[in-house]
Design a protein around this ligand. Sequence first.
Ligand SMILES: [Zn+2]
Length: 321
Amino acid sequence: MSGPHPTEFDQVCSSALDAFQSGKTLTSDEIVAATTRFPFLLQCVSGRGDPDLPSDEADLRQKAAIADTVIGNIESGIEALRSKLLQSTQNHPPHILSPFNRVQRNAQNPLRNKYRLYLAALEKNLPQYPIPMNAFFYMLAGKNRQRVAASFRDGDRTMFAAENFSSQCPIDGIVACHETVHVAQNDAVQSGITTIARARQYLERLKFLGKRPSVVLNGELPAYTRELQIADGVLQGALRNPGAVTEDEVIASLGAKRPEQQIVTRTLLRLARVFPGFFRHTPDQRYPESFASEVINICRSERYAVYALSSSDFLGDLEEI
Ligand SMILES: [Zn+2]
């Protein structure tokens, strides 16, 4: 936030944080900066803006305790997956480890449990817990988000995790890695915001995408590719060779026991078939049409509206497909 040359946006962020911490009224620019950079703080201090935070304190404490366990399972599951990956093959492209590093780095965020962040705000203890730059948060998936082990909400940089997220099942860790790619994408978008005008556009874009369940294809293609690469590494290259293993063997190796875990695993097998070169793909390369169509089908079957960006700029033209 305070590099050698703070941008206009950085400066307004700092003054917004000062005003916020000293209880002053924020200017409209400061509100834009704060809503872009630290929406989770605004939500937790005001108690408004996050429909998933319980208003009842007993409920909040209960959810905080469950989320502590779930976060522990995610972090240990991700570490287990990383060790499995490092044991299975030698030559990994460096980018394949970025999801693991991202989760590990966020373990330094003392209030990554968003229910605990809210409790700290209610108890006026926030200053004791400095929130690191690029922090993200965790909440429980609850009834509304049960179909997958995890999902990510850009607006307040929160990952929703299923209560039954298992550190023992590689498939759950693989899904968390997919969501972590979205965290890294949001980091990149945030770092491209240098002016208040761009911050306003960013908030408009989030508002537009939030009108109904939506995904941006440009973000999904790298996330699914990373899932394939990690799964293939854990399976010692079996995924790039669809004839080498049966579907049931893959399901067993990835610890997919529950129906939704099996659906996710079968989806990966389908994607591997339409994208045979996935294992040598790097983030700067294009994606095959057949893979993009299959990802679109998956998103539509999960009832998401699918949008495509005309360029790599998140604030660029968006087209529904
Ligand atoms: Zn995704």
